[in-house]
Design a protein around this ligand. Structure first.
Ligand code: ADP
Ligand code: MG
Length: 276
């Protein structure tokens, strides 16, 4: 196995929109040939303004949507969901967490069912084993076993995002796509979830593709940063290089325009890490 967890080669995605009796359908070129890669165990942050194609790329990487053209490799293996049957094994390798845990968790499902469902669909584990694994995962994301029988609406936004993260980890993925996972949360809760994600990454050796428009979050979580602009990659560098010396004019503007959010506990954790 190579050390590259994820690679995209010249991935494009067109959307056909509109098309009425009076107007011809229009083609939106959401991705115009995106080539990128990230090493196992690292975090690639994808940044850029709203509409630049971040979520489109996230869904392609997470095997939810097919690209219009181009190649996607996960753990060195080409995956083409448009023309290939996706095995349970491939499906389990990549999972996604969305921005809004209100929308992504079924309100009529108990937490236990939310967590065990992926195991039911993709593994031959017994009900007792599925339950054990769900209890275990609840603890790992900072929830409690007694939360198993509750419904999503009984939790705060941060707790719901913990549940969504737990669900994403149930199949032991190697790659986790996180599309603005803390953007809907209060700053203090953001810091807790980011810390949780950092801990889980260490524990499970996870590779993250982390979509964010918030550069203070990116600065904390990323090893590498890829900047997108209108469906194209304009810059890809290490976190330190891009913050110290952004090369592309667009990156300079983007980085200059973003206020530095003051997330106290993020600072504290960084300081603690540096002191280790
Ligand atoms: P981002 O996540 O960076 O805000 P998106 O990937 O959501 O960007 O969108 C990229 C472009 O593709 C935008 O112009 C958006 O309007 C368009 N787009 C995204 N999803 C669809 C869709 N399902 N149908 C048509 N156009 C879409
Ligand atoms: Mg988006």
């Amino acid at each position: 196995m190579s050390d590259i967890a994820l690679q995209t080669i010249d991935v494009t995605r067109d959307y056909h929109v509109g098309g009425t009796m009076f107007a011809k359908p229009r083609i939106v070129h959401a991705l115009k040939g995106v080539s990128t890669e990230i090493e196992r165990g690292k975090t690639l942050a994808i940044v850029g303004e709203s509409g630049c194609g971040k979520s489109t790329l996230a869904r392609i990487i997470a095997l939810i949507d097919p690209p219009t053209s181009g190649t996607l490799l996960i753990d060195g293996q080409e995956i083409d969901i448009a023309h290939q049957r996706i095995t349970h094994e491939m499906r389990g390798k990549v999972q996604i967490v969305f921005q809004n845990p209100y929308g992504s968790l079924n309100p009529r499902q108990k937490v236990g069912d939310i967590l065990t469902e992926p195991l039911k669909l993709n593994t031959g584990l017994s009900a007792a084993d599925r339950r054990m694994r769900a209890f275990d995962m609840l603890t790992k994301v900072g929830m409690m076993p007694e939360h198993y029988n509750r419904y999503p609406h009984m939790f705060s936004g941060g707790q719901r995002q913990r549940i969504a993260i737990a669900r994403a980890l149930m199949l032991n993925p190697s790659l986790l796509v996180l599309d603005e996972p803390v953007s809907a949360l209060d700053l203090s809760v953001q810091a807790q979830i980011l810390n949780l994600l950092a801990d889980l990454q260490d524990e499970f050796g996870l590779t993250y593709v982390f979509v964010s428009h918030d550069l203070s979050v990116v600065r904390y979580i990323a090893d590498e940063v890829m900047v997108m602009y209108f469906g194209e990659v304009v810059e890809h560098a290490t976190r330190d290089a891009i913050f110290a010396d952004p090369q592309h004019d667009y990156t300079k503007i983007l980085f200059a325009a973003t206020p530095r959010a003051d997330v106290a506990s993020i600072r504290a954790r960084l300081a603690a890490k540096a002191a280790e």
